[in-house]
Design a binder for this molecule. Structure first.
Ligand code: 4UU
Length: 535
């Protein structure tokens, strides 16, 4: 079946991200709070943020960075992330956002693949950043360490150099429909992580598509604990909240006590989370010690939310719980339970096991992966399951320098094949029921099996290996599990395999279970038969 969004189309202006977010800002909005740093209490107003963005863009331009250049950002959520990220886009350059937990070699891989000539980081990440910069040959003046004061002789520029100089933003021109604004990395349906080329139009479109569904207003205070470097935080927190003139309470990492304190102390009204946070909120006794009554809406995404769990959070915190579905390649949001289904669609809220309806200006198909035929529309209950295909202005331009992977993912009619299995009800509400693709998600973060398999094969006691996602019996969460074939006569146990991988990759990519087998099941063409492993 093929169906369109039940929401009216929205207008998507043909402008840059900067023009879209700030081009029409009113004088009386400049004094409003854009960003709060709860640790220091520092507040950045919209006016200050815009001035900082201009300064970053001006400094980059003075260094010859503009259209066609790529700048990496390696940082957890801090207020300056917003100025640097939007400064890069304002200068006409492309931002590649790097997972703040990455090891030096993972960082270097992304810098090299994206062609980044500059890297912006902060001092707690200096060691990895420097090692990666050295590995790809970036000179000291191209590694910016924002909070490194008094390091004049290190040769690394800092925030005072970059923002303090107050250089005027350059005039740049590019086509928002085709110019790459950001390059987050995703492994997509198969293989290694690839640069996801998202245009200015993609990012503008997704904020515009979300606008009528999110219900975010200038009175909202939004807690920004999901990382800005991942597409969920980038669009739904950073861009959408700034567009709506809301305030962001910026947290560098998740800590339950700090999360609860910040909600209470800053009277946070909206929270965007991934399912592991919902588990803590539903179960931890300490939650009762805080006044969280300011919260009116919470939305979960990035991995499946259990219906019971979602309802338990809604009851305990007395808030409206919603779910969204997205993918880096979709800028990312393609489906959402809106904040007011009754007013927008005349419908009751669907169960929290659903991810809601296609966002405005988009079209979906549900296709049987075996036959390639569209499944039939249900008259009642749910349709047969099939692969979810999405078409709309938020579909990426393609994977960077990878025409084959792009062609395998976006078909000739413009539909992006998500690799997720979905069912749909008669109103067009979508339920994600399984994942067809290789991708594993650990706490909402991507774990690309191909990368771990390649790493395992470098161990001299391992003859062959395959990695799949399994549900951990204790936590109920998906974890990466390795199937390992030992070299003849080699002795290697579970602990050694786990430690080996852990020493080389970011913590979320750790293998968390190991099973030794005689041979990895493979097809005639040599593809790992993941279904057989699962069974
Ligand atoms: C079951 O995780 C993301 C984006 C998530 C997102 C963003 C904004 C969710 C809601 C929102 O409003 O992107 P990626 O690229 O890291 O991972 C994409 C994959 C999907 O293909 C799917 O397998 O993450 C999984 N996924 C989900 N699965 C994402 N959201 C969901 C969900 N239920 N709600």
């Amino acid at each position: 079946m093929s169906f369109t969004s039940p929401f009216p189309d929205v207008e998507i202006p043909e402008v840059s991200v900067h023009e879209f977010l700030f081009g029409t800002i009113a004088d009386d909005e400049l004094g409003r709070t854009a960003l709060v740093d709860p640790k220091s209490g520092a507040v950045t107003s919209y006016g200050e943020l815009i001035a900082q963005i201009d300064a970053v863009a001006g400094w980059l331009a003075s260094r010859g960075v503009g259209v066609g250049d790529v700048v990496g950002i390696l940082s957890p959520n801090i207020p300056a992330f917003a100025s640097v990220f939007h400064g890069i886009l304002r200068a006409g350059a492309t931002a590649t956002t790097i997972n703040a937990l990455f090891t030096a070699s993972e960082i270097a891989k992304q810098l090299r693949d994206s062609g980044a000539e500059m890297l912006v980081t902060i001092s707690p990440m200096f060691e990895q950043a420097k090692a990666a910069a050295d590995e790809v040959g970036l000179p000291a003046e191209n590694l910016i360490v924002l909070d490194a004061a008094g390091q004049a002789d290190s040769g690394h520029p800092n925030a005072a150099d970059v923002i303090g100089a107050g250089l005027p933003a350059p005039q740049v021109s590019f086509d928002p429909a085709t110019h790459v604004a950001v390059l987050p990395y995703s492994s997509g349906t198969t293989g290694n992580p690839k640069g996801v080329a998202l245009s200015h139009r993609n990012l503008v479109a997704n904020v515009a598509q979300l606008k009528p569904l999110q219900g975010m207003t200038p009175d909202d205070v939004v807690i920004a604990v999901l990382p800005f470097f991942h597409i969920y935080g980038m669009t739904v927190l950073l861009n959408a909240a700034l567009f709506n003139r809301s305030s962001l309470v910026v947290m560098p990492r998740f800590d339950l006590v700090e999360f609860l304190e910040n909600i209470q102390n800053h009277e946070v009204t909206m929270a965007y989370i991934a399912p592991p946070v919902a588990v803590a909120l539903a179960k931890h006794p300490i939650v009762d010690d805080y006044d969280l009554s300011s919260l009116h809406t919470m939305m979960s995404g990035a991995a499946p939310l259990d219906d019971e769990l979602g309802q338990a959070v809604a009851r305990r915190l007395d808030l409206h719980m919603l779910q969204g579905y997205g993918m880096s390649e979709l800028s990312p949001v393609s489906h959402l339970i809106p904040f007011d289904a009754k007013a927008l669609l005349g419908l009751e809220d669907p169960p929290l096991s659903s991810t809601g309806w296609p966002v405005p200006n988009s079209e979906n198909k549900i296709v049987d992966p075996g036959t390639g035929d569209e499944v039939s529309a249900p008259t009642e209950g749910l349709s047969e399951p099939g692969e979810l295909w999405v078409k709309g202005p938020n579909v990426m331009l393609g994977y960077l320098n990878n025409e084959q992977a792009t062609a395998d993912t976006i078909d000739a009619d413009g539909f992006l094949h998500t690799g997720d299995l979905a069912q749909v009800d008669p109103t067009g509400c979508v339920f994600i029921v399984d994942r067809l693709k290789e991708l594993i998600k650990y706490k909402g973060y991507q774990v690309p099996p191909a990368e771990l398999e390649a790493l395992l094969l470098t161990h001299d006691k391992i003859a062959d290996a395959a990695v799949i996602g399994v549900i951990d019996a204790e936590s109920g969460e998906e974890i990466p599990k390795a199937f390992v074939v030992r070299q003849p006569d080699a002795e290697i146990g579970e602990a050694e395999v786990i430690e080996f991988v852990a020493s080389k990759v970011a913590p979320h990519k750790k293998v968390r279970a190991v099973e030794f087998i005689e041979a990895i099941p493979k097809s005639a063409s040599g593809k790992i038969l993941r279904k057989d492993l699962r069974e």
